[in-house]
Design a protein around this ligand. Structure first.
Ligand code: AMP
Length: 118
């Protein structure tokens, strides 16, 4: 794998490079899914691309297939976790609550979800 696909310089990059452990629930050539260390619901999994896109706002046309893949994997993980209903969250930018600047999809489920989100 090239450095481009090794995850970049964030904590998620370090997880992708195997430098720090994670509780993985799915792995393929394009993405990794693992349990959030501070779960906000009974099921809380993060799906991240191996390619380090900082924010969803930084994704381009070339990322179309990858973004679709992340959503399909998120739904597959939800099913695998026994969830019929689930919520996906992508925080893009600090003002939206993003704290790790490596694109990730939160998969949340196992409790009722309120709307609007905070
Ligand atoms: P966000 O606030 O959308 O950027 O989400 C970042 C998420 O990463 C938070 O829900 C954190 O709990 C989670 N997180 C941070 N470090 C780790 C880690 N080492 N392993 C698993 N999840 C993490």
């Amino acid at each position: 794998m090239t450095s481009e696909t090794q995850g970049g310089d964030t904590i998620f990059g370090r997880i992708l490079r195997g430098e720090i452990p994670c509780d993985a629930v799915h792995s393929d050539e394009h993405c990794l899914a693992f349990r959030d260390v501070a779960p906000q619901a009974p099921v809380h999994v993060l799906v991240i691309p191996r390619r380090p896109i900082p924010r969803l706002a930084d994704a381009g046309e070339d990322d179309q297939a990858l973004l679709g893949h992340l959503l399909l994997v998120a739904a597959r993980v939800a099913r695998q976790e026994g969830l019929e209903d689930f919520r996906l969250v992508v925080n893009s930018g600090a003002g939206a609550g993003q704290t790790v600047f490596h694109l990730h999809v939160h998969v949340l489920g196992g409790r009722p979800m309120a709307w609007p989100p905070g």
